[in-house]
Design a protein around this ligand. Structure first.
Ligand SMILES: C[S@@+](CC[C@H](N)C(=O)[O-])C[C@H]1O[C@@H](n2cnc3c(N)ncnc32)[C@H](O)[C@@H]1O
Length: 248
């Protein structure tokens, strides 16, 4: 996948994204609204607006960044989606003006940044756009050691009467990279949807935050704020500006 770029995933998946990922945990928007209501909010990798549109309806002034024009066009075609300003660009750059009460990145989208350098750059740029007391929220999976140990795998995502959806992945443990293809088989033929991510353990995220002058405020296992434990498979992490004595 040498030609894979920041917009590859979105440009390929935009037409099916909302059908495949139509369920959003209903507790997501209230938590983000609580954190963002006092000011502006910015979603990194805003996509088709699955969360941004209901968050705006909840009274938060939402903006976005996304690499894919096709994903953003889907959002802008939806009721309320056209009112959400979006910068087309790389979320590592945070090429926006001003400060935000809330910057958030959902559904493992932070892992779309494929090098540690870009991920640290994103943290630093986010920190530069957070207002005092502001929050940076990430929703991520916790890497599964069994999946990593296998170094490759194929799993079935959907079996219907007219379609089969498979995900085939290879894992580079040294670079923490998962390179995968979602393969959609129908009677009309086969379609490929490439995805590349660099997975990160929660501890590495905390270190990136520290490098950016941020500190962990909360880590929950779900949007219902269940405690994060050793057996949690995902996390919601909330970072804020470190106090002077907390900063490195
Ligand atoms: C899995 S989708 C998530 C969309 C939305 N946040 C949601 O929860 O439905 C990932 C989104 O991130 C965007 N994306 C991927 N890499 C990016 C990058 N480096 N900079 C900006 N956007 C990126 C993709 O185009 C896509 O819209």
């Amino acid at each position: 996948m040498d030609t894979y770029r920041a917009d590859t995933y979105g440009q390929r998946v935009a037409g099916v994204y909302d059908d495949w990922y139509d369920v959003v945990d209903p507790a997501t928007v209230p938590v983000l609204a609580e954190l963002g209501r006092s000011g502006r909010a910015l979603e990194l990798g805003i996509g088709t607006g699955r969360v941004a549109i209901p968050l705006r309806e909840a009274g938060v002034s939402v903006e976005g960044i996304d690499a894919s024009e096709a994903m953003v066009a889907r959002m802008h075609a939806k009721p309320g989606g056209g009112e959400i300003p979006v910068v087309i660009g790389d979320m590592a750059d945070i090429a926006v003006e001003g400060e935000y009460a809330l910057i958030y990145v959902l559904f493992n989208t932070f892992f779309s940044l494929l090098t540690q350098e870009d991920q640290v750059r994103c943290f630093r740029n986010v920190a530069g756009h957070l207002e005092p007391g502001g929050s940076f929220v990430l929703e991520c999976f916790v890497p599964d050691p069994a999946r990593l140990a296998a170094r490759q795998g194929v799993r079935v995502s959907e079996i219907g009467e007219d379609a089969l959806r498979l995900e085939a992945a290879q894992i580079d443990l040294a670079k923490q990279l998962i390179t995968s293809q979602t393969v959609l088989l129908t009677e009309e033929g086969l379609k490929l949807y490439p995805v590349k991510i660099r997975y990160v353990w929660p501890s590495e995220l905390d270190l990136m935050a520290q490098l950016a002058g941020l500190a962990l405020r909360h880590r929950w296992a779900s949007w219902r704020k269940d405690p994060f434990t050793a057996s949690s498979t995902g996390h919601i992490s909330v970072y804020g500006c470190a106090q002077p004595e907390e900063a490195s």
